[in-house]
Design a protein around this ligand. Structure first.
Ligand SMILES: [Zn+2]
Ligand SMILES: [Zn+2]
Length: 466
């Protein structure tokens, strides 16, 4: 059929092309290309919009839409005691079944399109982290299969929904004290009712993703500080905070999102005790699940069909390491002080270590200054050290694409960081003076600037201790 476009292309082919748009803005640009294009879009606006939404969100679109569409109730009312009261007295079943996951969304509003894209970006980033830490340590972007990715995302949107429904921002510590005697119990029943709507295998997937979120939070939570269940409390802030905590390696700036301060309470906060684990445990029992998940066993099996390199050893020694091994994929997560890699007395020689440190830091913030916290790492410098020309042949097998245990990685850098610094300075036009006999072991350089700079110390000693 060519009636509408009068282009050398069928309308249904054009209609099909519309459905391949990767974002709503691409769709918008395409439909505004010409009147003819717009007319074709207007023949099936809903099915095209839905197709593009699927391209953005994937098969978890029904779960993603429920996050946006659920009538959560108004938290922001000035005098909210009434709405709160109504809230925690709400019938658990009604709460759990309201606004169910819609598998055939016919209309997607403009505001929803924006929110869908934003949430999809967040879930994508979390999937990248999940993939890096649980599936394949060598890739910074997700290598989950489409089935694995679907399980992960569906569970993540359902967790997002749960956290919005039972947020840690709702009550202050005083509010919690004022809850009626059975208030905590009622809220726990509501939580169980919401989770009970899902089949057991999909609940196990939620459990698997919650375990991943706990891992990220546990890394930054100090057990000796704040309430015992700080991780449970932080979980109530939802997936977005888990991503920020991962990026910042700290939760301190996100604690403000709670209705109270974690540090005001040394005791457990009963309302958030077992935020996910209590209702899930009750469901496993009620459903007589024969092998319920255990917290001391890996939970990745609920999401992943296969894991890459879990039993790998260091490329240079027999140390086992699996996901703990250092690779280009996780360099950006490692906290090192660059000067620790300066060989022997170079480290104590400020006339050498300060300009060295300055040069490394400059590389670290080279391109996207602070834009992406992941960029603010030593990754770019590690690449440069691995790529430094003129290293002795014993280092030939040490390449940037391999995996290393901590010890080998540090040894490589200690032996080669000064070589990088030498090459870097020469590249910048430095005319290297004659080598000091004692090279990087020289004592004099640590206290005499004229000697430190008058001779080259970025070299292997040719004589013993002076
Ligand atoms: Zn090793
Ligand atoms: Zn010297």
């Amino acid at each position: 059929m060519r009636a509408l476009t009068a282009l050398p292309i069928d309308d249904d082919v054009l209609d099909r092309i519309f459905t391949f748009c990767p974002t709503f803005s691409t769709l918008q640009s395409l439909m505004l290309t010409s009147k003819a294009f717009y007319n074709v879009y207007q023949t099936h606006p809903r099915s095209i919009t839905r197709a593009v939404a699927y391209n953005i969100v994937g098969p978890a679109l029904p779960q993603a839409l429920r996050v946006l569409r659920y009538p959560y109730g108004d938290d922001s009312l000035e005098d909210d005691s009434e709405s709160r009261k109504k809230y925690h007295e709400e019938d658990a079943h009604t709460m759990a079944t309201t606004c169910p996951e819609d598998h055939d969304p016919s209309v997607i509003a403009a505001r929803e399109k924006m929110d869908l894209q934003q949430d999809a970006k967040l879930v994508q980033k979390l999937e990248d982290i999940y993939s890096l830490t649980k599936k394949d340590r060598t890739s910074k972007t997700s290598v989950l299969t489409s089935d694995e990715s679907w399980r992960f995302r569906r569970a993540m949107y359902r967790i997002m929904f749960y956290c919005k429904l039972f947020p840690g921002s709702r009550y202050s510590l005083e509010d919690m004290d004022e809850l009626p005697a059975d208030g905590v119990k009622k809220i726990q029943l509501q939580r169980m009712a919401v989770l009970r709507e899902y089949p057991t295998d999909e609940l196990l997937q939620i459990y698997g993703v919650v375990r991943f979120m706990r891992d990220v939070l546990e890394e930054v939570c100090d057990e000796d500080f704040g309430p015992n269940n700080a991780v449970d409390v932080l979980l109530t802030l939802g997936p977005e905070i888990v991503l920020r905590v991962w990026q910042d390696r700290s939760y301190e700036s996100h604690e403000d999102n709670l209705g109270f301060s974690l540090f005001d309470s040394d005791d457990d906060i009963p309302l958030y005790q077992g935020y996910f684990s209590v209702p899930l445990q009750n469901i496993w029992t009620a459903r007589k699940v024969t092998t319920p998940p255990k917290d001391d066993e890996p939970a990745t099996k609920y999401i992943l069909d296969s894991v890459v390199g879990a039993n790998d050893t260091c490329s240079q020694c027999p140390t086992p390491g699996g996901f703990k091994l250092i690779t280009a994929g996780n360099w950006h997560r490692r906290e090192f002080s660059p000067t620790q890699f300066l060989k022997n007395r170079l480290r104590q020689t400020m006339w050498i270590s300060s300009p060295f440190l300055e040069a490394v830091i400059k590389m670290r913030r080279y391109k996207h200054e602070y834009e992406d916290p992941e960029e603010d790492s030593l990754a770019r410098w590690f690449v440069a050290v691995f790529d430094t020309p003129g290293k002795p042949s014993e280092w030939d097998a040490w390449t940037k694409d391999k995996s290393y245990c901590d010890k080998c990685f540090v040894r490589f850098l200690e032996e080669n960081a000064w070589r990088w610094w030498y090459a870097e300075r020469v590249r910048d036009g430095w005319n290297a003076p004659e080598n000091c006999w004692y090279g990087y072991n020289c004592k004099t350089m640590t206290h005499r600037q004229a000697h430190a700079e008058g001779k080259n110390h970025l070299c292997v000693p040719t004589r013993g201790d002076p």
